[in-house]
Design a protein around this ligand. Structure first.
Ligand SMILES: *Cc1c(COP(=O)(O)O)cnc(C)c1O
Length: 429
């Protein structure tokens, strides 16, 4: 397998792009080697600029749940393009996508569309503060909620991979109202509430996906909601990654909890830049123009993005691939564990719905600290062997692999063969 064209573009890209990328994890820093440059993708496959084709488990870090360029989505985009690209005024499709989203989340009466997950979350935090008239928020170590100042502490994958505690350029003042708790540890939340009486809300990934896949333990979310509600704080559930990935709607429903504020992104834009936050009327009526919390966006509710989102969610509802996702993930888990056992490699697998990944570790992984005990050098060897065998994975131990409904049995067989070779390579380290 040759990567000459990717290498050339990487060198060229370094001149005017930072690290030749526009988002850090794309630089392959934690697995070494040059990043791949992509030419195109279709269905379950992605092709780089050297003509190598891979089964794609990155799916643009989640959005491409149907696979790439589904014909219904493509048709909707083409149709929307004919009418213009952006108007700075409302369109019918914004109402349509809002209805689809609100119908899928029982606790959401109204939604506001923005342009990214980051924007959705930073607006949701502002909203929680506006609604409660309190300043502090609690986030969990290892959860990632986008790159806004207040949330860029103990923030999972990108930072975990590079072993950064946070980010330079974030003033102390911006994070002084951010409190950190441990995932699956309600006592660590209670400790903050016992100390402070001005906590506006708690933000959480219902299934953590940005430290690798980490599941909440039985009743953790339910108990968390009950406790913080009794303290007058709001539960902000960040479903930017999990939304529409394990059921049509959110993971929280499967976990028996209802958010006060929900954040969405990724899948709902069908591959275009879309984020959203929503809540019951009483909360959303705080948002401008109905209320006093300001939030705006030149391209928010962009017509092309709305068309892609509507087409993606409509097709997703029709396909209802969630049972199939579970079965495929279960098969993948078995393949990973069997192969690891055969080659005497220590691996555990976490998964939920269409999110799955192995950790090269011996213990269980229920929080960020345990995730970080994984052997990232083993992951790097595993990753490159998978690439050489035609499987495109996220280039970090701390990222979830995603399943698309376009994934075929043939793709899975190819993946199984690659996994066996990759485990063998790891066993020879
Ligand atoms: C991806 C992600 C974000 C940030 O979304 P962007 O569109 O990258 O800004 C926020 N929260 C979670 C849980 C995510 O997975």
């Amino acid at each position: 397998m040759k990567f000459e064209n990717s290498e050339k573009l990487y060198k060229k890209g370094l001149k005017h792009l930072v690290g030749a990328v526009n988002s850090p994890v794309r630089a392959f820093a934690s697995v070494g080697g040059n990043p791949l440059f992509i030419k195109k993708a279709k269905g379950s496959k992605i092709t780089d600029v050297d003509g190598n084709t891979y089964v794609d488990y990155v799916l643009s870090y989640g959005p491409m749940i149907l696979g790439h360029r589904h014909k219904k989505v493509q048709k909707a985009i083409n149709k929307a393009l004919k009418n213009g690209y952006t108007f700075g005024a409302s369109t019918k499709n914004e109402i349509k996508l809002a209805k689809i989203v609100c119908d899928a989340f029982p606790s959401m009466d109204k939604v506001r569309f923005v342009n990214s997950g980051t924007e959705a979350v930073l607006s949701a935090i502002r909203l929680a503060r506006a609604f409660t008239n309190k300043d502090k928020i609690i986030k969990f170590s290892g959860c990632y909620h986008g790159h806004s100042d207040a949330l860029l502490v103990a923030a999972g994958s990108g930072l975990a991979t590079l072993s950064l505690p946070g980010s330079k350029g974030v003033p102390e003042g911006a994070v002084k109202n951010t409190l950190i708790a441990n995932y699956n540890d309600l006592d660590s939340v209670k400790a903050h509430f016992e100390k402070y009486d001005d906590i506006a809300g708690v933000i959480i990934e219902p299934i953590a996906g940005n430290m690798g896949v980490v599941l909440p333990q039985e009743n953790f979310l339910k108990d968390l909601k009950e406790y913080i509600t009794s303290k007058g704080a709001l539960l902000i559930v960040d479903e930017v990654m999990t939304g529409f990935r394990s059921k049509f709607g959110g993971a929280q429903e499967l976990l028996g909890v209802e958010a006060d504020i929900i954040c969405l992104g990724k899948v709902i834009g069908g591959g275009f830049p879309v984020g959203a936050y929503g809540a019951r009327n009483e909360i959303m009526e705080m948002v401008s123009p109905l209320g006093e919390m300001y939030q705006a966006g030149t391209l928010s509710g962009n017509p092309i993005a709305m068309a892609a989102g509507i087409a993606t969610l409509t097709e997703l509802k029709k396909q209802n691939p969630y049972k199939q996702f579970n079965e495929t993930a279960e098969k993948l888990e078995t393949i990973l564990l069997d192969s690891a056992k055969k080659h005497r490699v220590d691996v555990i697998v976490n998964r939920f719905g269409s999110m799955i990944n192995p950790f090269f570790t011996t213990g269980k992984v229920t929080n960020f600290k345990e995730a970080q005990e994984s052997d990232t050098k083993k992951f790097a060897v595993f990753f490159w062997e998978m690439i050489h065998n035609g499987i495109f994975l996220p280039p970090s131990q701390f990222e979830a692999w995603f399943l698309a409904s376009a994934l075929s049995d043939k793709d899975l067989k190819k993946t199984a063969k690659a996994i066996d070779k990759a485990m063998e390579a790891v066993s020879k380290m």
